[in-house]
Design a protein around this ligand. Structure first.
Ligand SMILES: [Zn+2]
Length: 227
């Protein structure tokens, strides 16, 4: 093998794992039925177990993390990123954002964003307001911090149901093509219900993807709200 052949071979070998991983991660939601499962308020003590359930079913999810909890479990957050899940900010301390003055809103959003970036090396591009409490002012300030807002199409109310069967039933009732389902990985019943939820959703033809994958190649702009 000449030098050029060797270089070509190295390039191919070097490129394969990346391409294979990309191909596996790329689901075309324009062609197949996609659903985004999202988990707020982590990382918590059940998050690692949830990641294992997702991995087993090759499902991707989106996590909106509380900034102050990130330093408690940096390894779990790094694993989240490494396993292809998406990470957004869920503020630093989970306040009602619309009740805060501008500079505190910005501080809540940016310190959560920075806490994630410090651990994963990647700045989140999205945030989700705690309690869904948002308005035009919050959205504008988020935009100035480079963040897009992600809401949901269905909320399971898992934090109040606290029952595996009811949580599973809620997810299945709310599931629809290109939907965004809100759950909490700090609710143990949600994490315990997840293997059954994932199997049933797959049986119903859903591809479980990140919120970004739902956008079919489009990128959310700073200050935009989705869906
Ligand atoms: Zn929350």
């Amino acid at each position: 093998m000449g030098f050029r052949g060797l270089v070509a071979a190295l390039l191919i070998v070097g490129a394969l794992p990346v391409n294979a991983a990309e191909a596996a991660a790329k689901v075309d939601c324009a062609k197949v039925r996609c659903l985004a499962l999202t988990f707020d308020d982590g990382p918590g003590r059940y998050t690692a177990t949830l990641l294992s359930h997702l991995k087993k079913e090759k499902a991707k999810a989106t996590f909106f993390l509380m900034g102050k909890r990130v330093p408690e479990r940096p390894a779990v957050v790094r694993r989240m990123a490494k396993e292809g899940h998406e990470i957004g900010a869920h503020t630093y301390s989970h306040p009602y954002l619309t009740t805060l003055p501008d500079e505190e809103i910005t501080r809540e959003l940016e310190s959560a964003r920075d806490a994630v970036a410090e651990v994963t090396g990647k700045e989140p591009a999205t945030f989700r307001p705690p309690y869904g409490d948002t308005d035009d002012r919050v959205l504008e300030l988020a935009g100035a911090s480079g963040l897009a807002q992600v809401m949901w199409t269905g909320t399971t109310l898992d934090w109040s149901l606290r029952d595996e069967k009811k949580i599973k039933a809620a997810v299945l009732r709310l599931a629809r093509r290109d939907g965004v389902i809100l759950m909490h990985d700090v609710v143990p019943q949600t994490v315990r219900a997840m293997p059954g939820i994932l199997r049933e959703l797959k049986k119903r033809g859903y591809h479980l993807v990140t919120v970004s994958a739902l956008l079919k190649g489009r990128r959310l702009g700073a200050g935009e709200s989705y869906p």
